[in-house]
Design a protein around this ligand. Structure first.
Ligand code: SAM
Length: 298
């Protein structure tokens, strides 16, 4: 496929699960077999040579390291919840970002991991078990139906919203199929267009819902899609509502070059990764508002 161009090999990334092992120990162990570097941007992320096969490495099997791409690892890092916070992962299975949040929070505080799909709840629980995290509560249900005024969520300070998307930034087969649309700006066919519209409508609803939680200070909206309709357009459509709640866009990883498509004022705050150059096509938006800590901590 076009995205597996011979000769253009990409490094492998693994994220150290600092709930189980510290970065230095993981590096020492991996260095027995591989050249290992620390990623220059994402904390606890290690870079290994292209082609390194870690699937049955004992550190993977016992949950000390997770095979997670760089772009994917940037999402929870962009939210950067503090230890002790209460965080809601709105669409959480299979849970890679959920357990990354737990590691970022050093196991302190509370994570609510919501997931609608029953089969995927099982995978979420497996991931949580493997990670060793003990502060994650699984909510099997529809994020849209969690009442934001329910006192059980009044302490939620951060929301990670990584909703269902077309996957056009990661699935190489599907990406090839959609390439004409991605490259030309025109959809490949009416069915694809219809599907994208439905996804975007859900994504917008979910983001609007996330914005309505009264105690929330930070929201990350992310997709693994390359399509503007699921990314910049969704963010732009909620901006007036976000502003009415006191949120503004901030710039995750300011040193990162590739930003949002220049389709509205402020889209330079958004972050994109490229499916070819960066191996995965991700999109990240970070909404922030200040809430008086005296209200929050009382
Ligand atoms: N954040 C996850 C990770 O890093 O492992 C990946 C999340 S995946 C892109 C989106 C998930 O949202 C799917 O598992 C899907 O079943 C779930 N989902 C879709 N609609 C939902 C809803 N209304 N409420 C909760 N979860 C939902």
């Amino acid at each position: 496929s076009l995205y597996e161009t011979p000769g253009v090999s990409k490094p492998r990334y693994v994220r150290v699960n600092t709930l189980k092992v510290d970065v230095e120990s993981a590096v020492l162990e991996l260095e027995k077999q591989y050249m290992v570097q620390k990623d220059d941007l994402v904390p606890d992320l290690l870079v290994l040579p292209p082609g390194s096969d870690l699937h049955d490495h004992h550190l993977v099997m016992n949950g000390s390291i997770f095979m997670q791409g760089k772009a994917s690892s940037m999402v929870a890092a962009a939210l950067s919840p503090k230890p002790g916070w209460e965080v809601l992962d709105a669409c959480s299975a299979p849970g890679n970002k959920t357990v990354q949040l737990a590691a970022i929070m050093r196991g302190k505080g509370k994570i609510l991991a919501c997931e609608l799909n029953k089969e995927r709840v099982k995978r979420l629980k497996d991931t949580i078990r493997l990670s060793g995290a003990s502060n994650i509560q699984v909510l099997h249900g529809d994020f849209l139906k969690l009442s934001s005024v329910d006192p059980s969520y009044s302490k939620v300070r951060a929301i990670l919203l990584d909703p269902s998307c077309s996957g056009s930034g990661t699935a190489s087969v599907r990406l090839d199929h959609l390439l004409p649309s991605y490259a030309s700006g025109h959809s490949a066919n009416a069915a694809d267009e219809e599907r994208l519209k439905k996804l975007a409508a859900f994504q917008r609803k979910a983001l609007e819902h996330a914005l309505s939680f009264p105690g929330v200070q930070r929201i990350v909206y992310s997709t693994c899609s390359v399509h503007q309709i699921e990314n910049e357009d969704v963010v732009q459509s909620v901006l007036p509502l976000a502003a009415s709640y006191g949120f503004h866009l901030e710039t995750p990883f300011p040193q990162w070059q590739r930003r949002g498509l220049p389709v509205f004022d402020g889209s330079e705050n958004l972050l994109r990764t490229d499916p070819v150059e960066d191996k995965e096509g991700f999109f990240i938006a970070l909404f922030v508002r200040k809430i008086s800590d005296t209200i929050q901590d009382s």
